[in-house]
Design a protein around this ligand. Structure first.
Ligand SMILES: [Zn+2]
Ligand SMILES: [Zn+2]
Length: 159
């Protein structure tokens, strides 16, 4: 597929992606990943045991080590940055065959941090000033459902 795309000068180059779409991009060979983002040996556990395929999976895996993760701090068994951590997330990971869940969470986070700003889910996209207001969108929706009235074209560049 990639070869054919190259042959016909086609590439995936959206101006602005929604957060939801960014989360659905593949975790591996990500188009916003700079060289040396991945390491075949190091990433094996994430791919085989954690079954990480998309960006959203890496986000989920690395969530327990995020400093503002309230869910685990309220838990009696909160996550500790060590190999034998007994929090529910690490226990789950170990059952999947992971030997060092904290390490894998760290790797997942590292990969996410390397993704360039345009495609990074943490970067809020700049407002293009083109998107329709919430109100206007609702009116469009109503006009569409009733098959009556005008529908205003939405010129947003978010795809
Ligand atoms: Zn843990
Ligand atoms: Zn692992």
């Amino acid at each position: 597929m990639l070869k054919i795309a190259k042959k016909y000068n086609v590439s995936f180059a959206p101006i602005k992606l929604s957060k939801n779409l960014k989360k659905q991009l593949p975790a591996w060979c990500h188009l916003g990943a700079p060289p040396k983002t991945y390491n075949k040996q190091r990433d094996t556990c994430l791919q085989n045991n954690h079954k990480a395929q998309k960006i959203k999976h890496l986000i989920k895996i690395s969530k327990k080590i995020s400093p503002n993760n309230n869910e685990t701090t309220n838990d009696n068994k909160k996550h500790y940055p060590r190999r034998n951590c007994a929090c529910k997330y690490c226990i789950k990971d170990r059952m999947k065959g992971c030997e060092n869940p904290h390490k894998c969470a760290t790797i997942a986070k590292e990969i996410l941090n390397k993704i360039n700003p345009k495609l990074n889910t943490k970067m809020k996209p700049k407002k293009d000033g083109l998107s329709l207001t919430h109100n206007r969108k609702e009116k469009n929706q109503q006009a569409h459902e009733r098959r009556r009235g005008e529908i205003i074209f939405d010129p947003t560049i978010t795809t």
